[in-house]
Design a protein. Structure first.
Length: 305
């Protein structure tokens, strides 16, 4: 078990390092932000002076070595647009993104696992086919299109929920739901598939033969053994939710990290982009690590590896 944890910690660290390095070089490929920051009226001498001030006139390898030294202390420099430390700015926006993502994951799990359990328990029925058809449609819907539909129905037509901002739980419902529904469709399909396989095992037939109610057999004896593949897809969906949060936060004017990242990319604010992507990578890697550590709980055979 100790070796299992150590290997995954090493993989997590290497993954974060690789993503941070890639973002550094890709950001430089987008062009020099000096002219954008100084404005169209700046002279060539002003642009060159600003480049020397920021250290962008040095070789790329020298900039990268300096970046590694400062990033190791979680110092990504000052924002070129907001004029405050980039990490401080990113951390200010992080709670809003965590709130949105956690709400979306919980909604996706609640909806997806519930529908998958029902479909597996009633496999072959009309309801099973209907639920899986809806799941197939749901997983193919673009998040931005679904978000606009939710706004049109719940905010414009019914006037039940606000369109934008972050002001209480009511503002969270629409962005969280738009993120959750697409993920819930995938979770429902996988839960049904895993549950159907588990329900065909001998111990399930034994539990049923003892006269236990169907819902107890499904919830107590089958669900736990079907959770490993569900945990895997949830960890993958978390990355999708983070990526989708960038679009969703922009649509709903949610003051989170995704919206800040879009602004930073548009203004070529390298420090903020690097700090934001670093936190995205850490969040994704930690989620995968937590899921890996949960595997032995649901499958004791992994503890022997």
């Amino acid at each position: 078990m100790t070796r299992y944890v150590f290997v995954r910690l090493v993989r997590t660290t290497l993954a974060v390092f690789a993503v941070t390095t890639i973002v550094f070089f890709v950001a430089r490929l987008t062009g020099d932000p000096s002219a954008v920051i100084l404005g169209g009226q700046a002279s060539e001498d002003d642009v060159q002076a600003y480049r020397r001030l920021m250290g962008w006139d040095r070789p790329l390898w020298a900039q990268y070595l300096q970046f590694l030294g400062t990033a190791s202390r979680l110092d990504f420099g000052d924002s070129l647009y907001f004029r405050v430390p980039a990490m401080e700015l990113v951390l200010e926006r992080l709670p809003a993104t965590i709130e949105l993502t956690v709400a979306a994951v919980l909604l996706a799990l609640l909806i997806g696992v519930s529908l998958g359990m029902v479909a597996a328990a009633l496999r072959g029925s009309v309801l099973d086919r209907l639920l899986m058809s809806l799941a197939t449609i749901g997983r193919s819907l673009p998040i931005f299109w679904l978000a606009l539909l939710l706004i049109l129905f719940f905010a414009v037509e019914l006037r039940w929920l606000p369109v934008s901002g972050r002001d209480g739980w009511s503002s969270l419902v629409l962005p969280a739901l738009s993120l959750a529904l697409v993920s819930a469709a995938e979770i429902a399909r996988l839960t049904r598939s895993a549950m159907v396989e588990v329900l065909s095992n001998d111990y399930i037939r034994t539990a049923t033969a003892k006269g236990l109610p169907q819902w107890i057999v499904v919830a107590r004896h089958a669900l736990g053994n079907a959770m490993n593949p569900v945990l895997t897809i949830v960890s993958l969906q978390f990355a999708s939710l983070l990526g989708g949060a960038v679009v969703t936060e922009t649509i709903f004017a949610w003051p989170g990290l995704g919206r800040l990242t879009v602004t930073a990319i548009q203004t070529r604010d390298f420090p903020v982009v690097q700090a934001a992507v670093f936190l995205f990578a850490v969040g994704f890697a930690l989620t995968n690590l937590i899921v890996d550590l949960l595997y032995p709980i649901f499958d004791p055979r992994i503890r022997q590896q």
